[in-house]
Design a protein around this ligand. Structure first.
Ligand SMILES: NC(=O)C1=CN([C@@H]2O[C@H](COP(=O)(O)OP(=O)(O)OC[C@H]3O[C@@H](n4cnc5c(N)ncnc54)[C@H](OP(=O)(O)O)[C@@H]3O)[C@@H](O)[C@H]2O)C=CC1
Ligand SMILES: O=C(O)C1=N[C@H](C(=O)O)C[C@H](O)C1
Length: 273
């Protein structure tokens, strides 16, 4: 019987890294072949199952990302922007599918991925859940149906360890709303209100970030007009929704032509806007 496709997980000790390892171990379609952490991390050299508090699973955490990615058909990467760019170079050289969940990347960092997407499949999304990707399509439709009498506000809430704001999901939703309105998000984005801001500019898309406790990820898209409001909401209560999407993306990408893709491609939602 042919071996299952092998997957390497970067940022193995992280919140998402551990969730991804559990999901790959539970999968009957993928097998874990690598677990990467940064040099000097306490987990390096340990069996990743034991490091996570369980029994040995036969995969040692390594700081040799190049070797671990070369040994895999796909790498699933929820880490940090600089690390993701390093892993992209290794994935492109090895022809491994690179599933990127990392958020907080600047436009310049995202642009640096383009040459790697000529060599391998990159699937990148600020949120890998089915629900949020569907919500982007709903947001786009509602924004297209309403004029700028409806102020669009995106409110996101996350745990107190999150380092980037607005969340990657909030930005996806902002892009969807802007696309629905036929405007550029860069031109209408209002991210930082503090002090004497002046009245709200008609047509702006506003962002608010809440950080607290162990909130997994919550996003509201509010369309507020005089006398009425529409609120589209997604609540993630378990990180497995992101991990399951990432595994789906890895499987979808294996054997596909190189290119830059997102979860709408993976989920077949691309034409629903
Ligand atoms: N797209 C999506 O669906 C989702 C995206 N995310 C995003 O995923 C990212 C990670 O989130 P989360 O798991 O909560 O964060 P964590 O901080 O818990 O995990 C990040 C992990 O990446 C590791 N890391 C950072 N740099 C390197 C490196 N150079 N080499 C190897 N490992 C490295 C960190 O190690 P160390 O601790 O030593 O720094 C840590 O283990 C964030 O950008 C988050 O926004 C999260 C959930 C869903
Ligand atoms: O950091 C997180 O936790 C999350 N990050 C993603 C984002 O920035 O939108 C996705 C999810 O909301 C959880």
């Amino acid at each position: 019987m042919a071996e299952l496709p092998g997957v390497t997980i970067t940022g193995a000790s992280g919140r998402m890294g551990q969730m991804l390892i559990r999901q790959v171990q539970a999968s009957d379609r993928l097998r874990l072949v690598g677990a990467v952490e940064r040099p000097d991390h306490a987990w390096v050299g340990q069996d990743v199952g034991a490091a996570m508090g369980g029994g040995d699973i036969g995969i040692r955490v390594t700081d040799d990302a190049k070797a671990a990615i070369s040994a895999a058909d796909a790498v699933i990467d929820f880490t940090a922007p600089a690390a993701t760019l390093d892993f992209a170079a290794h994935a492109a050289a090895a022809g491994a599918v690179h599933v990127i969940g990392t958020t907080g990347m600047t436009d310049a960092e995202i642009a640096q991925l383009a040459p790697f997407a000529e060599k391998t499949v990159i699937v990148r999304a600020g949120n890998m859940s089915l629900g949020v990707n569907l919500l982007t399509q709903l947001t786009r439709r509602v924004a297209a149906a309403l004029d700028a009498d409806f102020d669009i506000e995106i409110i996101e809430a996350h745990h107190n360890r999150k380092v980037d704001a607005p969340s990657g999901t909030a930005l996806m939703l902002g892009e969807a709303a802007a696309a629905g309105r036929g405007v550029s998000l860069a031109e209408v984005s209002d991210r930082g209100r503090d002090g004497m801001t002046g009245a709200r500019r008609r047509g702006d898309i506003g962002f608010t970030a809440i950080r607290g406790g162990d909130i997994v990820g919550e996003h509201d898209v509010m369309f507020a007009a005089d006398g009425e409001r529409i609120i589209l909401r997604h609540v993630a209560s378990d990180r497995s929704v992101f991990a399951r999407g990432a595994l789906k993306a890895a499987l979808w990408g294996i054997g596909r032509a190189p290119g830059a893709y997102d979860m709408l491609d993976v989920l077949g939602l691309g034409d629903a806007g």
